[in-house]
Design a protein around this ligand. Structure first.
Ligand SMILES: C[S@@+](CC[C@H](N)C(=O)[O-])C[C@H]1O[C@@H](n2cnc3c(N)ncnc32)[C@H](O)[C@@H]1O
Length: 251
């Protein structure tokens, strides 16, 4: 995971500088890729002008920068990989904290809303990660997730560091964290990534490859991405957007 989420993430900065700033957003959305997915979740959890948004597991910061640009949100990024945090600051001037999503350095009810995109499958204790989202969001605030769900009992190839939940495991973790699911939508029901966005992301990947293809860290990260890409294309793992809210306290 360090190769993919720390080292290669930090290499993105030089590639974007080479290709131009219009490549930053597409290159920095590593969990969702698609603006339609970000718009769906942003509408669901009520991201608008001034929304104080926590992005937990923010990676290189593309999704947070997207809602800052498009909606005037005020995102704060939490991400355990220092290289990704550095990249988000370089590319977008983001407000970033190096932190594990299961131990967030924020007081209760700090944020209006929170999201965590493509992160749950990389953490073992999903309920702990989700409980921190619930704790740090004000009562009634929305919590958005992009989850890569396992659609079969067992996977032919399990990428290192990934723990894809099936639907029952996801629902159990959400409930254990004191959240309830309001609505879900599969990524495949939404418009796919626009061609110009995909072209820009591919150009950044190509530039990173040109500079680093002889580095074993690039090869390991690429292997990881190929394995996940294969699972998704065979629909053994499916992307799902989840809109959650804090569960009502028992009477
Ligand atoms: C697939 S990337 C998604 C990045 C970003 N959310 C996006 O959509 O572009 C998964 C991210 O989860 C982060 N991650 C891994 N373990 C984590 C943890 N314990 N707490 C928070 N984030 C974590 C990784 O460092 C990585 O940046």
């Amino acid at each position: 995971m360090v190769d993919e989420f720390d080292t290669v993430a930090s290499w993105t900065v030089a590639a974007v500088r080479e290709l131009g700033p219009d490549h930053a957003l597409p290159a920095a959305c590593r969990g969702s890729g698609s603006p339609a997915a970000l718009d769906w979740l942003a509408d669901a959890i009520g991201i608008g002008p001034g929304t104080h948004l926590l992005d937990s597991g923010a990676g290189v910061g593309g999704p947070a920068a997207y809602v800052a640009d498009e909606r005037g949100a005020r995102p704060v990024l939490a991400e355990p990989m220092a290289g990704a945090c550095w990249a988000a600051q370089q590319l977008f001037g983001s407000t970033v904290t190096v932190a594990d999503g299961a131990r967030l350095p924020f007081a209760d009810a700090t944020f209006d809303a929170a999201w965590s995109l493509g992160v749950l499958c990389t953490v073992e204790d999903k309920a702990a990660h989700l409980a921190e989202l619930r704790r740090t969001v004000r009562p009634g605030g929305g919590v958005g997730l992009l989850v890569y769900e396992r659609a079969v009992d067992s996977l032919p190839d399990q990428p290192e560091g990934n723990h894809f939940p099936d639907r029952a495991e996801l629902e159990a973790a959400v409930a254990a964290a004191g959240l309830r699911v309001v609505e879900t939508v599969p990524l495949t029901d939404l418009p796919s990534t626009p061609e110009d966005w995909q072209r820009a992301a591919d150009a950044v990947d190509d530039a990173v490859e040109r500079r680093h293809r002889d580095d074993p860290r690039w090869a390991r990260a690429q292997d990881q991405q190929d394995t996940i890409g294969d699972l998704i294309s065979r629909e053994l793992v499916v992307g799902v957007l989840v809109h959650c809210r804090a569960a009502e306290a028992a009477a």
